[in-house]
Design a protein around this ligand. Structure first.
Ligand code: GLA
Length: 735
């Protein structure tokens, strides 16, 4: 609990370096009077909003900080109405279905340096039902985090049919809105699309998987305010929900040009049943306001993630080789040590053993039909044990990582056979199964299940004596909607309590083994979300490792998540998913713009390929702080052009990396327009070197020369580009 520093004066401007969220107290409640660029006098913002609001007798905005279904909704001629756009709806113990908040206290809470934290303590006017609402402004990132805690002392449970984390109406923020989101599924994550939100319309985004929360839609959105969406220009609101379960975000443009945003966890089987005395913490919603278009919004979210959210956001990531596409289930100890040899030769720092090392006897995991849930070393397949492999890796200068899928079981596993009641299932209905015709989801609302899985994973980590990395996979949706652990009245809670349970499990493992780095994977990129990224250091971008398609996938993911989180691996050609061939240089250059790794068996590489890779890995290591920690500027979108270009600029703006990828280019059409670089100091001179060169230079006579940042940004940098699959990477160093 944060200590109370002082009561909140009204009006109050909660500020970041460049934005403000102005609160004002009206009657018993606090309202939002303004969100956007900072103004000097909070009272001005209040007056301007109040005037406008008073002039509208119909369809007023719900400006309260946490609008509730059933709240008074008065207008200026004394007529009364009822709020129907609540961010929360509750059915109380006595059957009543409305909430009338009053604010019991509004205060500034102690927090870390550079963070300002406002708390509103809300209580229902007639029933002992309370909400504590937090707004936490991270100054240097221009990001505000918000979340709500609910509790009550009613004589029976309260049923929550809406329990959003965020429910603000922005009254004066614009009159035209364009909404951008990314959607996807297996092998086609983060497809970017946008649409104008016409007056009166509402757009609902969501994921109903329960597990693979970044499919359907990713839990994040951008909205342009008063202008079409643009990469560099115009004002943009961006928000993301840190919730790796089922969720919903809605954005509405009202008749009166109010932008209404709601975001929260979705409880798909019915109302969440909250018992008296229990505190329910709703997920965080993170939002920012940019005056530099989508690019500015992305950079703010990235900065926040690296500095204030990711477990080790400032630590540069290792170059790794993951065994999956190089070996699948088919490996022996020799296969793994051979792969380690190759990893070391390529300049890698970490070797990860993917699926297939666990399960015993009839449940040994040699394909996807059995073994999940039995996190015990398969000594028949790998007799020398995990500690031996850690030693072998260390002897080659490598760390070792291991794949787990802790939330899952196969019905064909020792675990599921011994504990059929630990599976998410419905009473008196046949069990639906997923991958391998036997995969099921474990009931993580049940502490006994969490304990059992914790004990198994913990024992494996301890036995290894030096494990460094865990790839935490999750390859199923909720296929059944029920819990043997929860009683009849609480069945619908499984959606929320499952996710809380999973987060608790990984948090516990992190505490027990703080040295381990985690990758969140879920059938590829379905765990690209800030819920997972509170515990995981990165996510697997996609099982689609075709470089041409990865340009789009990573483009979409990096709209909201920083490059240090996006695991991006060089794979073989032809690609296993698309059967497309592409040059090693292109595959490498695409992987360069995320957390670089490999997903292949290096034994198949020629000496020439290995030489190219070792040089390029060395360059990546030299530049990875800039790529992983720098500001991202998207220069040319693959969605609208025959090539894509992006650049990373270091925090001190003295170093930059530019990546250009040829997409569907027609032959004989000449060179693309010069690249207008961004984020440089106009007055500094930057020396330009092309790296990862395979054949001819793409910048010819410019190679090795220095140019002013101003010229590079205004005149642009000319370069040549062949047909599709041609690419270049440039290193810029200030003199
Ligand atoms: C999922 C992951 C892959 C791999 C396999 C293993 O599909 O996305 O990277 O780990 O599972 O079964």
């Amino acid at each position: 609990m944060n200590e109370k520093l002082s009561s909140l004066p009204s009006p109050y401007a909660l500020t970041t370096d460049n934005t403000e969220l102005v609160f004002v107290k009206k009657d018993a409640l606090w309202r939002v009077a303004h969100y956007g660029e900072r103004s000097n006098v909070a009272a001005d913002a209040v007056l301007l909003t109040e005037c406008r609001y008073n002039a509208e007798s119909f369809g007023r905005a719900t400006l309260e900080t946490y609008p509730s279904f059933g709240a008074d909704y008065g207008d200026n001629d004394g007529q009364m109405g009822m709020c129907k756009y609540g961010a929360i709806q509750a059915q109380h113990a006595d059957g009543n279905t409305t909430i009338q908040w009053r604010c019991a206290d509004a205060w500034l809470a102690a927090d870390e340096e550079g963070v300002e934290h406002v708390v509103f303590d809300l209580e229902d006017t007639t029933r002992p039902f309370r909400a504590r609402q937090h707004f936490r402004a991270v100054k240097a990132a221009d990001v505000i985090e918000t979340w709500v805690e609910l509790e009550h002392d009613e004589p029976a449970p309260v049923r929550l049919s809406i329990m959003d984390s965020f429910g603000l109406d922005f009254a004066n923020i614009g009159t035209e809105f364009e909404v951008l989101s990314v959607c996807g599924q297996w092998a086609c994550e983060a497809v970017q699309d946008s649409t104008r939100l016409a007056r009166g319309q509402r757009i609902d985004l969501g994921s109903r998987s329960g597990v693979r929360d970044a499919w359907e839609n990713n839990p994040a959105v951008m909205v342009s305010l008063g202008c079409p969406l643009d990469e560099d220009r115009g004002t943009v609101f961006a928000g993301a929900l840190a919730w790796p379960g089922a969720w919903e975000i809605s954005v509405q443009h009202t008749l009166h040009h109010t932008l209404r945003v709601r975001a929260g966890a979705a409880n798909l089987s019915g109302a969440y049943v909250l018992d008296a005395g229990k505190r329910l913490t709703l997920p965080k919603f993170i939002f920012t306001y940019s005056t530099q278009g989508m690019g500015g919004a992305s950079r703010a979210l990235h900065r926040w993630a690296r500095g204030w959210h990711l477990p080790h956001g400032k630590v540069v990531r290792d170059v790794l080789l993951n065994s999956w596409e190089g070996a699948y289930f088919d490996f022996t100890e020799k296969t793994l040590t051979d792969m380690m040899d190759g990893t070391a030769k390529l300049g890698g720092e970490l070797f990860v053993i993917d699926d297939g090392w666990f399960g015993r006897g009839a449940h040994a995991r040699n394909d996807d039909t059995c073994g999940l849930g039995d996190w015990i070393w398969n000594e028949e397949k790998l007799p020398k044990g995990l500690a031996y492999l850690v030693k072998e890796a260390n002897a080659r200068g490598l760390k070792l990582g291991l794949w787990f899928e802790p939330e899952m079981a196969n019905t064909a596993s020792d675990l599921a056979e011994a504990h059929p009641d630990w599976i998410i299932r419905e009473k008196n209905r046949p069990l639906r199964v997923g991958r391998g015709k036997s995969q099921v989801v474990l009931d993580m609302s049940n502490p006994a299940v969490r304990d059992a899985i914790f004990d198994q994973v913990d024992a494996v980590i301890r036995s290894a004596n030096g494990l460094s990395y865990i790839k935490w996979d999750a390859n199923a949706d909720f296929m059944n909607a029920g819990s043997t652990y929860l009683d009849a009245d609480h069945q619908a809670n499984i959606w929320f309590d499952y996710t809380v349970g999973v987060m608790e499990l990984i948090a516990r493992l992190r505490v027990a083994h703080p040295e381990i780095v985690y990758q969140a994977c879920s059938s590829g990129g379905a765990h690209a979300d800030y819920g997972w990224l509170a515990y995981a250091d990165e996510f697997w971008g996609s099982d689609n490792s075709c470089a041409q398609q990865r340009v789009f996938i990573q483009w979409g993911e990096e709209l909201f998540y920083p490059a240090c989180c996006v695991a991006s691996h060089v794979t073989v050609s032809p690609n296993h998913q698309t059967h497309r061939t592409s040059p090693l240089k292109f595959r490498f250059d695409v992987a360069f713009s995320g957390r670089l790794g490999f997903e292949l068996h290096p034994k198949g590489m020629t000496e020439e390929e290995i030489r190219f890779c070792t040089d390029a890995v060395e360059s990546y290591k030299r530049l990875r702080t800039t790529i992983q920690q720098g500001d991202l500027y998207r220069l040319v979108s693959p969605y609208k052009n025959d090539h894509a270009a992006l650049m990373f600029v270091s925090a001190d703006r003295r170093k930059a990396v530019v990546c250009v990828y040829g997409m569907a280019r027609l032959a004989m059409q000449g060179n693309p327009a010069p690249l207008h670089l961004r984020g440089l100091y106009p007055n500094l001179r930057y020396r330009i070197t092309e790296i990862n060169k395979a054949a001819e230079s793409h910048i010819g006579p410019l190679e090795g020369k220095a140019f002013g940042g101003d010229a590079l940004m205004t005149q642009g940098l000319p370069f040549t580009l062949g047909n599709e699959d041609d690419s270049l990477v440039l290193e810029l160093t200030a003199e």
